[in-house]
Design a protein. Sequence first.
Lengths: 138, 569
Amino acid sequence: MKGRKIRVIVAKPGLDGHDRGAKVVARALRDAGMEVIYTGLRQTPESIVETAIQEDADAIGVSILSGAHEHYFREIIRLLKEKNAEDIILFGGGVIPEGDIPGLTGMGVGAVFGPGTPTSTCIEWLESKVREKRAAES
Amino acid sequence: MRGKGRLKKVSESEVCGDLLEGRKKYDQAVAKGLSRHPEMKEVFTTGGGIPLERLYTPVDIEGLDYCEDLGFPGSYPYTRGVQPTMYRGRFWTMRQYAGFATAAESNARYRYLLEQGQTGLSVAFDLPTQIGYDSDHPMARGEVGKVGVAIDSLADMETLFREIPLAKVSTSMTINAPAAVLMAMYIAVGEKQGVPASELSGTIQNDILKEYIARGTYIFPPKPSMRLITDIFGFCSDNVPKWNTISISGYHIREAGSTASQEVAFTLADGMAYVQAAVAAGLDPDVFGQRLSFFFNAHNDFLEEVAKFRAARRLWARLMKERAGVTEPKALMLRFHTQTAGSTLTAQQPENNIVRVAIQALASVMGGTQSLHTNSFDEALALPTEKSVGIALKTQQIIACESGATSTVDPLAGSYAVEALTNEIERQALEYIDKIEEMGGMLSAIERGYPQQQIQDAAYQYQRSVESGERVVVGVNKYQVDEEGGARELLRVDPSVGEDQVKALKVMKQGRDNVLVGNRLEAVRTAARDEGVNLMPAIIDAVKAYATEGEICGVLREEFGEYRENIVL
């Protein structure tokens, strides 16, 4: 891909401590040549959006295994809109029931990668989304 | 003299002459056949990467001394189990971890499980409770009642155990950073039921080190956290003698991606750190050592898992004897709870998980577990339903009553492969433990990010091996089928639970004596400031006045500060 490296925030919102998936994805994205900022645990939607804007990120990947996904995605999307940062691509993963996915994508989540998804699927998806986004911008 | 128990030295006896000769012939025959019928892989390993030989024979355990290395069940070094008769006397405690939504709903689930033949309770708390926030705290939004039950005050705890006789049921509580507060509430509920603290039995997890390493529900920095833990040890030794004051947990370390050997190593290294802290606080390891318990994971690699449990038992006994100077037998025994591995459950073809859980559960029984939680097959999708929890519990009952595996003690002992793996896991774990000791103990190893890094490397390697197809996960990277999604019956926590809990909290606060609460919270603060004072009595007084968990932890946060994660990637 031409241009600067893809910049992505990998975030753990809320109180959930399951960070294996987030860290594996962060490393895989990094190994795929992206610049990855991993937030660590206990982030608020505010701090995640703030970091993404400050770091001029292309995308935010959110990992939630506590069942609170709807709340956090809704808040992050609201804040992205509020800060005119809706162009930042949002995706997620974790323990998220399949039945909840249409609701999340309807809300503006680009994709939800459930357990067992190969990291390559996630990388390919993100690369193509960023390509589309940059094409639209230029 | 290494005793009569020594296995026959193979190179000397006649039998062994035959053995070596036979082995040579076997190897030659294999070599000949391999060109026509090659094996599926060049190197076979356990799930944790230990190379496996094609065949194990007495030669592979040549140095094994029966009396010294295995001994008899109920005797040092406890390799074969902590009780003389094991499951012939009594099955393990079947203890399903459960809790969700409100105290009333969880209470109903517990009573259902007890009716189904479960023999102990295991309480799952929601994340705000685990991190010392009341349900009305801003950080609690969206999380109330989600991964466990929401407990704000003694009032919720009373509801949680309504009509459950605490004198008869043992209760395990997965609570760590605020363990002192929940323990205090349990003691208070017991008192209200007329059960004195001395009669209560159960376990609190109370293992902060693995929170820093792998699980993430820490509150306070290491030093005051260790003090809270040793205060609980001290208080319970005197007042709640049947209580397991800690459950030193490898479970989450393994879930975070460690290998089996790392699980043993980091867990026992954590254990040694608690022993050292308690000894430094003036406690006697021969006494508090009896109330230490452990918690391990059970994965799919059956032989490695059985060997892991046996190796952990032997190594802990040796560490306690040789490094902590313990002589009391009960303080040398590694007693443990097992849970099957959540991370091995697949969202694809979830019914297959029933089989995975059965294999894992059998491994833990062959490894001599004292209690067991079997996961429900739908846990990669959501919280388990009543039906799936039922199947999980039945899995244990089938192993106990139908498999025959419980009728003789430690039946896999003497298997050349299992004994060789037991030796190897012990060796690898001890190597890590010594390395951590060289770093200045587990606390400084955590500061340096050492165990975190080791676990993450193993997790990443695992993921890569799945993606390359080197490691097969049925239904995920091999034997996939097209599935219809979305239509499954899943347990959902009603979104109104959070609001209802917040309302109930507000009402409770209006009804209590708020002056008394203020005084008792100040007493907690005063105790927190003096390291020479045990915090438990002040915390018990505060919960009895219906001070909330968030209020008590809030005072401790002000006094102790908060831990900040050392991010390792």
